[in-house]
Design a protein around this ligand. Structure first.
Ligand code: NAD
Length: 303
């Protein structure tokens, strides 16, 4: 099978490594980002920078959008010079951002008359997996379209989960990030309690990590980011806050209980309000430090 022509819209933390892995796999690639400088490195590796999403999409068999949130997706796909005005019939829009299921369905309805299928395919895992090409792809949409997308998914992901109709991939992703945010809050609270009670954070993390409470936040994120105070963003706190708000809306729309989720969304919203949104998601621990008047790990000024 010949290498596909792919357009990537949104060359940020996730879009850039995804595009790099596609180039490495031999894809022809056009790209667009509202920040022109974001495309420079890809161009050095053989991509073509374009002036609009429509231009990027015009020759592509697959168009990937990897954007912060619903409003950016609507602007890039349905806005002036958006993907919708450039993409040709028979091509597939692969919407990979974490956004609302309703937006994915809106795109599907808007593009169907032009003969364009939509595959809703947000991703699990983070920046390192995007670099390593080991993302989890949570794909939903018509089976034939999802199958065709393996030409794009194989170089960027380790495993593709078929989730159902368009929107289901976004739902699965929001559930995943709801649970992730709850775990970040739970570990922050537990470690704060330990330190307030005179127990070393490393000790309590090691015990959690070897018990039935083990999880990636206690096993990796706290020892690797919170204790050494490395809050450079791998996954930004404000993006997690956005995901919790989307999960809350999904719960309201479907009449699902959202109790721990509401508390967690409120904690993350408070952290964003205190100016922590541009840092790594693990900086939620600092909110607990402020609330508990305690220090977990090294203070920034000690580093
Ligand atoms: P990012 O902010 O680093 O990158 C987004 C890029 O989109 C930026 O370069 C921005 O300039 C560009 N952009 C914004 N509006 C645009 C428009 N209208 N047209 C073209 N480009 C536009 O964000 P990210 O971390 O790459 O996240 C992207 C999506 O992936 C988000 O929905 C996020 O929740 C999700 N996600 C992120 C991670 C992670 O670890 N960072 C993991 C899984 C999923």
């Amino acid at each position: 099978m010949s290498a596909p022509f792919v357009a990537v819209i949104g060359i940020g933390t996730m879009g850039a490594p995804i595009a790099r892995n596609l180039l490495r796999a031999g894809a022809q690639l056009s790209c667009f980002d509202v920040k022109r400088e974001a495309m420079a490195e890809l161009v050095e590796h053989g991509a073509t920078a374009t002036a609009s999403p429509a231009e990027a999409a015009s020759r592509a068999e697959f168009v990937i959008t990897m954007l912060p949130a619903d409003e950016h997706i609507r602007a890039a796909v349905l806005g002036p010079d958006g993907v919708a005005s450039g993409i040709g019939p028979g091509s597939i829009l692969i919407e990979m951002s974490t956004a609302s299921p309703a937006t994915a369905r809106e795109l599907e309805a808007a593009l169907a008359p032009a003969g364009v299928q939509v595959v809703d395919a947000p991703v699990g895992r983070g920046t390192q997996a995007a670099i390593d090409g080991t993302l989890l792809i949570l794909a939903s949409g018509p089976r034939d379209a999802v199958d065709r997308c393996s030409a794009v998914f194989d170089p960027v992901g380790e495993r593709t989960f078929y989730c159902g109709e368009v929107g289901a991939g976004k739902t699965v992703k929001l559930v995943n990030n709801l649970v992730f945010g709850e775990i970040v809050a739970a570990v922050s609270e537990g470690v704060t309690l330990a330190v307030k009670s005179g127990v070393e954070p490393d000790l309590v993390l090691e015990v959690i990590g070897n018990s039935l409470a083990a999880n990636a936040v206690a096993n990796h994120i706290f020892p690797e980011r919170v204790l050494p105070r490395d809050f450079s963003p791998k996954f930004r706190l404000d993006l997690e806050s956005k995901d919790l708000a989307l999960a809350q809306r999904l719960a309201q729309d479907n009449g699902a209980p959202f109790l721990l989720g509401a508390l967690t969304a409120s904690l993350f919203g408070t952290a964003v309000g205190r100016g922590l949104g541009g840092s790594d998601v693990s900086r939620l621990a600092e909110l607990y430090e402020q609330l508990g008047d305690v220090t977990i790990g090294q203070r920034s000024s000690d580093a």
